[in-house]
Design a protein around this ligand. Structure first.
Ligand code: PMP
Length: 453
């Protein structure tokens, strides 16, 4: 076997099925193999060093390669690396983290269900919603309203495939078609001439109308990312989340905030729902930044009100039967505790509050480019929309692969950005400094010239 065939690149290409990957072209190109990571940077097998402008995948909040994380993880492995987490036993880090989350989360979100990441945490949220209404005797309240363009995860209906009698007692058969979608809060889609306030009214009215159509007695919950992330870093009109929450309250629905991206500092706060968007969700879902991606972990937080109902004696639906082997994994929870200690010790929340103005205004200078339709964002989340002719809202032909061109041009200069559709998405580690912002903006400015036809 020659050296290339024996390389990680070749083995990966031959054997690994990557997410969101066109397997046909992947077979020829393979993947860039990242071998090192330190602070704001990652390096590949060729020794090339890049600014990681997407924090891994919206997750490496404290930056790469932190020795304190390695030490905390190693220490926990040496002490107690794993034990069965079901009802009769627990571990110290899971308990400590539960208390930390209850102290820092908005409102009365005092109870946590741990999972393996964001998708499983959203699965748990839906399971808990159904369980809650079943326990209350509201057997019809099962429908969930989400939004077009939302991203909430990738798991399949594993529980539906399970055939063991008794594992589904606590979950009613909701059948197909229990998830519905309303419009995204997309200011770029706001009709010409309509005010921000009127657009917000329109979205809230659409939500009300959908609830009326589905029947308020059937509607259980609304789920939303505070800032729609993968859907394009869409910042909702002012007051939107609060008003959607008020509609939920009026119709006896639960509000689920999917803070998988926005929690743990990305918007300069532990959680965005209350501090940035002025409402207290009934359920809050987090993952990613909870451990800064050092180890997978997700968490679904529920309010006292929900807990009081599901903890009633002799619940008619039986026990909450969603069980994950790695629930409250001690090493992951210990990593999360160290991660939040680093964020606290280094004042990263206030750092984000300060640096994000510089980050956002620096990126907005790119709006002058003739192929940029919009630059937007908040905190350390941003998106750049690429267009052939922004004044006519004319997109590039798909075959032109505009965002791939910008991605490749950034890569060759030393920055990794994220192409999604005809957008570039940015979500750097929270430790970003002004000189990183300057380099990144410079790389993007040059990269945009690759769109000239
Ligand atoms: N919710 C949101 C808002 C996300 O951005 C993501 C992942 N990008 C998920 C859920 C799913 O998380 P995971 O990939 O950890 O399952």
């Amino acid at each position: 076997m020659n050296a290339e065939a024996n390389s990680a690149w070749a083995k990966d290409k031959a054997h690994v099925l990557h997410p969101y990957t066109d397997f046909a072209s992947f077979h020829d190109e393979g993947s860039q193999v990242i071998t090192g990571a330190d602070g704001m940077h990652v390096t590949d097998t060729d020794g090339r060093k890049f600014i990681d402008a997407i924090a891994g995948l919206w997750c490496v909040n404290i930056g790469h390669g932190r020795r304190e994380m390695a030490e905390a993880i190693a220490d926990q492995v040496m002490k107690m690396q794993y034990y069965n987490p079901f009802g009769h036993s627990t571990n110290e880090p899971a308990a400590e983290l539960g208390a930390w989350l209850a102290n820092h989360a908005p409102g009365s979100l005092n109870h946590v269900y741990y999972t393996c990441g964001g998708s499983t945490a959203n699965d748990a949220a839906i399971r808990l919603v159904h369980y809650y209404f079943t326990m209350r005797g509201d057997h019809r309240k099962k429908k969930i309203i989400s939004r077009n363009n939302a991203y909430h995860g990738a798991t399949y209906v594993a529980a539906e495939l399970t055939g063991i009698h008794g594992t589904k007692n606590s979950f009613d058969k909701v059948g197909e078609n229990f998830i519905h979608h309303v419009s995204a809060a997309d200011m770029f889609a706001k009709p010409e001439g309509m005010s921000e306030q009127a657009y917000c009214d329109h979205l809230v009215q659409e939500f009300e109308t959908r609830i009326e159509q589905l029947g308020p007695d059937n509607c259980a919950a609304f789920i939303a990312e505070p800032i729609m992330g993968a859907g394009g870093v869409l910042v909702a009109p002012r007051g939107y989340h609060r008003r959607m929450w008020e509609v939920c309250k009026r119709h006896g629905m639960l509000y689920i905030a999917d803070e998988v991206v926005t929690a743990f500092g990305r918007l300069g706060h532990w959680f965005a729902s209350e501090d940035v968007f002025d409402h207290q969700p009934d359920i809050l879902v987090c993952a990613k930044g909870i451990t800064s991606g050092y180890i997978p972990l997700g968490a679904t937080l529920i309010s006292d009100e929900i807990y009081d109902v599901i903890s009633r004696p002799q619940c008619e639906g039986g026990v909450f039967s969603m069980g994950l082997t790695y629930f409250g994994h001690p090493v992951a929870c210990r990593a999360a505790l160290e991660n939040v200690a680093i964020i606290e010790r280094e004042g990263l929340l206030s750092h984000v509050q300060e640096i994000s103005d510089y980050f956002q205004s620096s990126l907005r200078t790119l709006a002058e480019d003739r192929h940029v339709g919009d630059v937007r964002g908040i905190g350390l989340m941003a998106a750049i929309d690429l267009m052939e002719a922004p004044e006519e809202k004319r997109p590039f032909a798909a075959s032109f692969k505009a965002s791939d061109r910008v991605f490749n041009a950034c890569l060759s200069q030393g920055s990794i950005v994220r192409p999604v559709g005809d957008r570039i998405i940015l979500s750097p580690p929270l430790i970003i400094e002004k000189d990183h912002v300057d380099q990144l903006t410079g790389h993007l400015r040059n990269a945009l010239t690759y769109l000239r036809t």
